[in-house]
Design a protein around this ligand. Structure first.
Ligand SMILES: [Zn+2]
Length: 243
């Protein structure tokens, strides 16, 4: 019984084992990755244990990772798309068992910033996490992929000049991403972060820009976050991580 001088109290309904699917699971932190901790920490196959829709990267920052319908793809620096072996490692991924609770169709010609504004206007809170899946036809996409690194690793910000950028036009595919709140900056990327894969599995990457033609946007509200931190990795253990 609640005996407080408040007229209305809304309790959060904690998710238990009965509904574990609306959860974001990630390994390591984006800050660790951006610091230059590019060594793989877990096999890519681990992603399937925690979700079927996600993004990330590979050991030594070897391209962009996108997980769609449980399948993991690698968009390499040369722009080609591969199916990585299950034993390939990843230093950072984010995944969820995608169970959308909202969807909408933005107008043709919507660009990335406009799309983010439309999603911002629909979501119930700026303080929760969201998975976003955008399926359909795109007029234009600008994506990037990173080249595989070798030690000593340099911080991510120093590598952007060496990224490969791809201009893609008139293609059908899926953009997968997450919206993370500002307070999560210590462990994930605040705001939106999308990776793209075309239906033919021949093009994709980290999304820098896009313009829709005819797409459906689906959203999943995520109230549970699970961050897996590595033990026994000396570089990770001794790093001074940004906060
Ligand atoms: Zn990315």
């Amino acid at each position: 019984m609640v005996i407080l001088g408040l007229t209305e109290i809304s309790f959060c309904s904690l998710q238990g084992a009965a509904s574990p699917q609306r959860k974001l699971t990630q390994i390591s932190t984006i800050g660790a990755l951006y610091s230059g901790l590019y060594d793989g920490l877990a096999p890519v196959s681990d992603m399937a244990r925690f979700g079927d829709l996600g993004i990330g990267t590979f050991d030594r920052l070897d391209g962009e990772l996108i997980q769609v319908d449980g399948q993991v793809y690698q968009v390499s620096f040369d722009g080609k798309v591969h199916r990585p072996s299950a034993t390939m490692a990843t230093p950072f991924f984010v995944t969820t068992f995608f169970t959308p609770d909202d969807s909408f169709t933005p107008p043709s010609g919507t660009d990335l910033k406009e799309l983010e504004t439309l999603i911002d206007a629909r979501i119930p809170s700026q303080n929760l996490f969201y998975a976003v899946r955008i399926d359909g036809q795109f007029q234009h996409l600008k994506t990037r992929s990173m080249p595989r690194q070798s030690k000593p690793y340099r911080p991510f910000a120093e590598l952007e000049a060496g990224q490969a950028v791809f201009e893609l036009a008139d293609l059908q595919g899926v953009a997968v991403g997450f919206r993370c709140p500002d307070y999560s900056a210590a462990f994930n990327a605040p705001g939106y972060h999308f990776h793209f894969l075309n239906d033919e599995k021949t093009a994709g990457g980290h999304v820098l820009a896009l313009v829709t033609r005819k797409v459906t946007v689906r959203l999943e509200t995520i109230p549970v976050i699970e961050v897996h931190l590595p033990q026994g990795n000396s570089d990770w253990s001794s790093a001074v991580l940004p906060h």
